[in-house]
Design a protein around this ligand. Sequence first.
Ligand code: C5P
Length: 225
Amino acid sequence: MKKPVIAIDGYSSTGKSSISKVIAEKLGLIHLDTGALYRGITWYALQNCMDGNGSIDLEQLFSSLQHIELEFKNQDGELILHLDHKDISKEIRSNEVSDNVSLVAKQKEVRDFLLQYQRTLAEKGGIIMDGRDIGTVVLPNADFKFFLTASIDERTKRRYHELLSLGIEAAEQQVKENLIERDKIDSEREIAPLKQADDAIVIDNTFLTKKETIESILSYLKSFN
Ligand code: C5P
C-alpha cells in the first residue's frame, strides 16, 4: 500500500516534532525533524566559524558547508542527528543554538544546501516532515499539509518544560523572547519564510492536548488511499 507524504509546518513550540513522531510510529512512516538540520549547522558554526566579536562568521560557514557531514542515524527506531559521526541531538537544543539558529537559517547558502538533502529523503514517500517551509517549498506536492499554531504563552510554557526535561536551564521570559524573535525572523525572511501553504489544514492547538492534536491530524489522514 502506498504511504503518504505529510508536511507539518508552524510556529515554534507548537509540538510539530513530538506530534509528528507519534504519527510516524502509528503509521509506519519516517519522521524527519528539519529544524534539527538547521540547528546542526548552527551548532557547527558556533564551534568552528566564530569571528573576533563572538558572532558567527557567515562567509566561513558558507565555505565549510560542503564538508559538513550531517546524517540521521536510526537509534531504536528514532532518527538521531549526527555531525561527523558524533551524536549532537542534545547539543542542538542548547539556548546558544536557539539564539542563533534563525540567523543561520535565513541564509540562502544554508537553505540551498539543506533543500536537496530533505527532498532526497522524501523521494521514496512514506514520510512525515516537520519544519517551517515544508508545505510551501520543500514538498509542495505533499499528500497532506498541516499548519500548527498556538498562543505565545502556551508555546512558552511548553518550550520551558521541554528544556527543563532535557536538563537545560532556562528562564521563562527568556524562552518567550526567543520564540517571538525566531518567529519574527523566520516569517520575515526573504527565502522560504514561515507561512501557511494555501492548501494547508490549520490547527490551533492552544486548548488541545498533544493527544487531541494527534487525533485531529489522524482524522484527516483517514481519507488517504
Ligand atoms: O523546529 P525548530 O524550532 O527546532 O527549528 C529551529 C529553527 O530552524 C527555526 O526557528 C527556523 O529558523 C529554522 N527552520 C527553518 N526551516 C525549517 C525548519 C527549521 O528555517 N524547515
